[in-house]
Design a binder for this molecule. Structure first.
Ligand code: NAP
Ligand code: MG
Length: 398
């Protein structure tokens, strides 16, 4: 059999611990036998990040800008324990944070839906994709405890020194205050990433804030989305047969619970933080959740939503058998391969990505799965496989 050819490389970001082990197995069993895999390889494993003073992370993000498509393995975000474990020169920043800052992107998270792993919400039939704005609001706030009576104001000092003030509260007893901000440029990037992703995946886009209460702050989000939509996207949405739909956040939450899924829900930073945990746990498992970072210029970085599965890795190091779920990592690869195929007009590569996803889903739906899924499936007598056994079972069907 001739292997599928690629014209442009995918940026490959290797990672840490158990997911690094899965990464190698996926390439050897599911990709390299079928594709003449062309990647530009960056080792984001913690040792290499330490050795290069984290330059390798920056380089991989710049390469992603150049080529347009990347696939990333989960990586350790160092904390004090990791600094000791890996004898690090510094507590390097989260690679995802570094990459996101360079690409200025929005993260879209979607569950992988299979029969036998049923969502807790019984009417959810299709995935619900969450898009979380990743800048500002309460995550970059300033707070104060107010010890007693006194006046608190917002003060804006323009460059020419003129001041505008707004009373927050006239305290007559102790209390608390909080100031937060966002910038229009970031909201605009967020809006464009959401509209582009909706067109890309042919799904309707929902956006919700509390604009009735927050008449300037949240209302600005609503206005920016509306303006960009009308000017740049309305026609394209009509052609694609999808909608942009704005509503109040409480109405959105109520509708989400009653819906059957199959749309993108764009959220402000805090709403996205909270709602993505609700969506992923209600759909079953973090190991069945994919994540893609999309920049406003249309650069894509695919990954799994879970971490490096440290506990399984330590078992693996002791020579014990593991049963780690590789589905989200496989779907990170298929997402990247399909996008590469789309950009390069490489139909064979796109078809391959679809077949690999189908083989993966078929494997689970035939009752072959890893332990995490066996614990939550509605199927009777599932066959529990090891990390490698599961990947080999997919390869058979592929
Ligand atoms: P984690 O790797 O997501 O794992 C937490 C637990 O969830 C595991 O112990 C396991 O439960 C279960 N789990 C997660 N993924 C699984 C899979 N594919 N198959 C089966 N079970 C799975 O989170 P963590 O242990 O908190 O973090 C480990 C490291 O990952 C940290 O150093 C963190 O910095 C990093 N991290 C990286 C990313 C990223 O690169 N995007 C994201 C999050 C965390 P059981 O042990 O009960 O089986
Ligand atoms: Mg959270």
């Amino acid at each position: 059999m001739d292997k599928i050819k690629m014209t442009t490389p995918i940026v490959e970001m290797d990672g840490d611990e158990m997911t690094r082990i899965l990464w190698k197995m996926i390439k050897e069993n599911l990709l390299e036998p079928f594709i003449d895999l062309k990647t530009e390889y960056y080792d984001l494993g913690l040792e290499k990040r330490n050795e290069t003073n984290d330059q390798v992370t920056v380089d991989s993000a710049l390469a992603t800008k150049k080529y347009g498509v990347a696939v990333k393995c989960a990586t350790i975000t160092p904390n004090a324990a990791r600094v000791e474990e890996y004898d690090l020169k510094d507590m390097w920043k989260s690679p995802n944070g570094t990459i996101r800052a360079i690409l200025d992107g929005t993260v879209f998270r979607a569950p992988i839906v299979v029969k036998g792993i049923e969502p807790c919400v019984k009417n959810w039939k299709k995935p619900i994709t969450i898009a979380r704005h990743a800048y500002g609001d309460v995550y970059k706030n300033a707070e104060m405890k107010i010890p007693g009576a006194g006046k608190v104001e917002l003060v804006y000092t323009a460059q020419d020194g003129t001041q505008t003030k707004e009373l927050i509260h006239e305290f007559d007893s102790p209390g608390i205050v909080q100031g937060m901000h966002n910038v229009c440029g970031s909201i605009e990037s967020f809006a464009r990433s959401c509209f582009n992703y909706a067109l890309d995946t042919k799904q309707t886009l929902w956006f919700a804030t509390k604009d009735t209460i927050s008449k300037k702050y949240d209302h600005t989000f609503k206005d920016i989305f509306q303006e960009i939509f009308e000017k740049e996207y309305k026609e394209k949405f009509d052609q694609a047969g999808i909608e942009y739909f704005y509503t109040l956040i409480d109405d959105a939450v109520a509708r989400v619970m009653k819906s059957e899924g199959g749309y993108i829900w764009a959220c402000k930073n805090y709403d996205g933080d909270v709602m993505s945990d609700m969506i992923s746990s209600a759909f079953g498992s973090l190991a069945m959740m994919t994540s893609v970072l999309v920049s406003p210029e249309g650069v894509y970085e695919y990954e799994a939503a879970h971490g490096t599965v440290q506990r399984h890795y330590y078992k693996h190091l002791k020579g014990e058998e593991t049963s780690t779920n590789s589905v989200a990592t496989i779907f990170a690869w298929t997402g990247a391969l399909r996008k590469r195929g789309e950009l390069d007009k490489n139909q064979e590569l796109m078809d391959f990505a679809n077949r690999l996803e189908k083989a993966t889903i078929d494997t689970i739906e035939s009752g072959y799965m890893t332990k995490d899924l066996a614990l939550i499936t509605t199927m009777e007598h599932p066959t529990v496989l090891s990390s490698e056994g599961f990947i080999k079972e997919i390869a058979k069907r592929l």
